[in-house]
Design a protein around this ligand. Structure first.
Ligand SMILES: NC(=O)c1ccc[n+]([C@@H]2O[C@H](COP(=O)([O-])OP(=O)(O)OC[C@H]3O[C@@H](n4cnc5c(N)ncnc54)[C@H](O)[C@@H]3O)[C@@H](O)[C@H]2O)c1
Ligand SMILES: [Zn+2]
Length: 401
């Protein structure tokens, strides 16, 4: 009697097969004992409808139901974007907030939020047109409170307990920078410079319903913002890989984003008006956004919040200057994660770190804490604290570090 082949199916299935008849049911794959090497089942969820390509903004009328409030950045008017939105939405555009500054701060958001709900409570949709600051502002605006007070929302966020907002609006996001991925994530960072802290907002309703990604809108982004936002996207991709929540789907988006950014960003820095490079970076930022929409960020972002609050670094610089260092902390923690990192950077850690460092230097970004006035002892304390933070705990090196 031939030995029974070992296959990776439940015993009950095996028992129903008569191997002595020397045949295999046609529905079965060839016998294999490789089940242990197969990836664990992974779930990828992202509910955002994505429209990508030049002219996507023209579709706002069909994707923004009812009365619309626009949240945008100060330069939008002179760039002609305000006029475009007005002509596309007509009388349905009932409110314009166009003074969003980088890193939306609760001191400013408080008045804007309360006035919005008092004066435009009947508005249906908030359209965010801008960088991450405009999109995150819009995410805060769409969440109403029972009292109408903004501090009620902050208290709920500070408590860390889950809550269901009593009212909310639909969010549509049209990014004008290629970086944050906020158009395909539910997260918003609300800053409190006065108290030197930040709040993280994320609710089922803060997923945008639609992301309209129009690379044409990014042609006017200045060089420094192009670089910092592009590096934010690189950081999102890497943070999704050295992450306890990584899976083969997030890895696929992340690796593709890394490849594009390493190739494109230095060229785009020298050729800001190149539509093809703008489109490739827009797509790369989207892929990185999709990757971390399912994993969240990790140690580099956890460190970045301190560097933005205490040292004033733009978000994209704050979360990317440590990437070579964090790569070293991630390497060797987990064979599967190493494999993915090595697909992007090869098998030699020192060479991989050097490649990342040289990439950042070429873009004009310094890569050491001391370059930003942080001593070695302060840096060590900052990294220790960052590892304890919510994002830091996603990092694969968190327990052992
Ligand atoms: N929610 C998320 O998942 C997420 C992820 C990363 C970062 N963020 C947040 O996003 C914010 C940073 O966003 P950002 O990096 O996109 O920058 P930003 O939105 O702060 O914009 C940077 C500057 O560029 C200007 N600008 C934007 N678009 C322009 C355009 N098309 N032409 C000319 N100027 C333009 C803005 O007015 C601003 O002065 C931070 O507050 C950060 O916390 C959020
Ligand atoms: Zn980021």
């Amino acid at each position: 009697m031939p030995a029974r082949p070992v296959i990776g199916l439940a015993d009950s299935t095996l028992q129903s097969i008569d191997w002595n008849e020397n045949r295999q049911p046609s529905s079965m794959a060839a016998p294999s004992n490789n089940n242990k090497e197969l990836p664990m089942p992974a779930c990828f969820h992202n509910p955002v409808t994505i429209v990508f390509g030049g002219g996507s903004l023209d579709q706002i009328a069909e994707h923004c139901p009812g009365k619309v409030a626009l949240v945008t950045f100060p330069e939008a008017a002179q760039l002609g974007l305000l006029a475009t939105v007005r002509s596309l939405l007509g009388e349905r555009l009932v409110c314009v907030i166009d003074n969003v500054q980088p890193n939306p701060d609760v001191a400013w958001l408080r008045g804007v939020h309360e006035a919005f709900w008092a004066q435009h409570g009947d508005c249906d949709t908030v359209l965010a047109l801008g960088g991450g600051s405009a999109i995150d502002t819009a995410k805060a605006l769409i969440v109403g409170t029972a009292s109408g007070r903004f501090d009620e929302l902050l208290d709920l966020l500070a408590s860390g307990k889950p809550f269901v907002p009593p009212r909310h609006k639909t969010l549509v996001a049209a990014p004008t920078t290629a970086g944050t991925g906020s158009e395909v994530t539910p997260w918003a960072t609300l800053w409190d410079a006065g108290q030197q802290k930040k709040y993280s907002l994320h609710l089922p309703c803060t997923w945008p319903s639609v992301a309209l990604i129009d690379p044409q809108l990014m042609l006017s982004v200045p060089a420094a913002v192009t670089v910092s936002t592009g590096l934010d996207a690189l950081s999102h991709a890497l943070e999704s890989i050295w992450n306890h929540n990584a899976n083969p789907l997030s890895d696929t988006f992340a690796l593709s984003a890394i490849e594009d950014i390493l190739d494109c960003l230095p060229r785009l820095q020298q050729d800001l008006g190149n539509p093809e490079l703008r489109a490739r970076m827009a797509l790369a930022a989207l892929k990185a956004g999709l990757a971390f929409s399912n994993t969240k960020t990790a140690l580099a972002h956890s460190i970045s919040y301190e560097m933005t609050l205490r040292h004033g670094l733009p978000h994209g610089i704050a979360c990317s200057f440590t990437l070579p260092l964090v790569l070293g902390l991630a390497w060797g923690r987990d064979a599967g994660r190493d494999q993915t990192l090595q697909k992007a950077f090869g098998h030699n850690l020192a060479a991989a770190q050097q490649r990342l460092r040289a990439f950042l230097h070429r873009l004009g970004v310094r890569t050491e804490f001391e370059d930003y006035g942080v001593t070695a002892a302060e840096a060590e304390a900052m990294i220790d604290a960052a590892l304890q933070g919510a994002r830091g705990r996603n990092f694969i090196g968190a327990q052992a570090a």
